[in-house]
Design a protein around this ligand. Structure first.
Ligand code: GSH
Length: 209
């Protein structure tokens, strides 16, 4: 398999964790997002959105991190990344979607670039990104307040943790004070003890700057 990504890309980070948890290796192909390499014609031919990650497996090309992760989970079921119970699955997915649909896209590189084009000062752009993270993480904290953990939904990591850990890294980058999110930090601390998560961290990637 080949994973097209970027060390700081939180969506790529999610897929790196999934591959590591499943014990799958992939060749990592870095696309420097700040240099616009995701918009090169050769890359757009496999991912028309010009976003990372993209996973290639022989002739199969998959885009969108959560679709990739669910495909990996279905084709390599151990260890499972979703609970068996339909209601628990829905709750895990809802948490993951708060991050992947409603939080991350609002603070994505190209959205921030557009805000700069429209005349926002750098401090305003950073505040926008921090606000998006605070909003999303506030909801996430409430969604798992009643969960014993230590992971988001129980004793094992799920796709909720795969979305949470990279998003917390983004939040820190934008200067968000995470003290208000003790339950999220507890899940992150549990993930830190797992090599699959540690090895997927941005600073451990070959293209890290
Ligand atoms: N919903 C997509 C999001 C992908 C995405 O936004 N990737 C970012 C990096 S985390 C990207 O490629 N940004 C490039 C840009 O904004 O130009 C997914 O989950 O795969």
């Amino acid at each position: 398999m080949k994973l097209h990504g970027y060390f700081r890309s939180s969506a790529s980070y999610r897929v790196r964790i999934a591959l590591n948890l499943k014990g799958l290796s992939a060749e990592h192909l870095a696309h420097h997002l700040r240099k616009g390499e995701q918009c090169a014609p050769a890359y757009l031919a496999i991912n028309p959105q010009g976003l990372v990650p993209t996973l290639e497996d022989d002739d199969t090309v998959l885009t969108q991190s959560l679709a990739i992760i669910e495909w990996l989970d279905e084709t390599h079921p151990a260890p499972p990344l979703l609970p068996k119970d339909p209601l628990r699955r829905a709750k895990v997915r809802a948490f993951a979607l708060v991050v992947a649909c409603d939080t991350h896209p609002v603070q994505n590189l190209k959205v921030l670039a557009r805000l700069r084009q429209l005349g926002l000062a750098e401090a305003q752009v950073t505040e926008w990104a921090a606000w998006a993270n605070r909003e999303g993480l506030t909801a996430c904290e409430k969604l798992i307040a009643g969960e014993a953990g230590p992971f988001c939904f129980g004793a094992l990591p799920t796709i909720a943790d795969l979305c949470l850990v990279p998003q917390l890294a983004n939040a820190r980058r934008f200067g968000v004070d995470l003290a208000a999110f003790p339950r999220l930090l507890k899940a992150e601390a549990a993930a830190r003890n797992i090599k699959a998560f540690a090895d997927a961290a941005p600073d451990r990637q070959p293209d890290a700057e």
